[in-house]
Ligand binder design. Sequence first.
Ligand code: GRF
Length: 218
Amino acid sequence: MELLSIGVLASGRGSNFQAIIDSIESGYLKAKIVVLITDNPNAYAIERAGKHGIESLVLIPKHYGSRNEYYRAVARELKVREVGLVVLAGFMRIVGKPLIDAFRYRIMNIHPALLPSFPGLHGQGQAVEYGVKISGCTVHFVDEGMDTGPVIIQAAVPAFFEDSEDALSERILRLEHRIFPEAVRLFAENRLEVVGRKVNIHGVAPDDRFFINPPIPE
Ligand code: GRF
């Protein structure tokens, strides 16, 4: 089977990008990352790409005539590299329609909350402010809405009364780094099927489904 080619979009530090790189390098995930595209010339993700021999492209929205033009350009760069899956790893923009249309159900995002609670920016801060007792993270396919696409994997962490946004973010991030590579692996193994707004994960015994989510770390 041909190796899945991944294109990563990231705007910042890229720790999720790193988690995916690491899972490929360890042999856990059989895929290759062919390009990093960033909208931020100062993104630390660029350095991570360099260290691992991954090409990076800086595409800045204001250099394009319109939002659609920007996303057409992004889609073009991904297509010429024969990307099969687009991974949004801290890409801080709402993806435009030309990219979504070009990669329908082949774009994944990670969100630091249990969707549909707390979409948008600062999911962890919203959870702290609301006072929920459980939070977590969600990997989902991207559709036209903001954090609204079909859910692939979710994992939960406790939220404590004393938590600051940073403390909760840190706890959630450790799980992000586990479930994002796992979701990409399921995609690479062709085990994800979108049915309406739900995702069916193939090749998991019904009794084992609970364990798709990793346990809460110490
Ligand atoms: C993560 O919290 C992710 O859930 C959100 O943006 C942050 C990106 O962090 N979408 P990093 O750049 O992967 O370190």
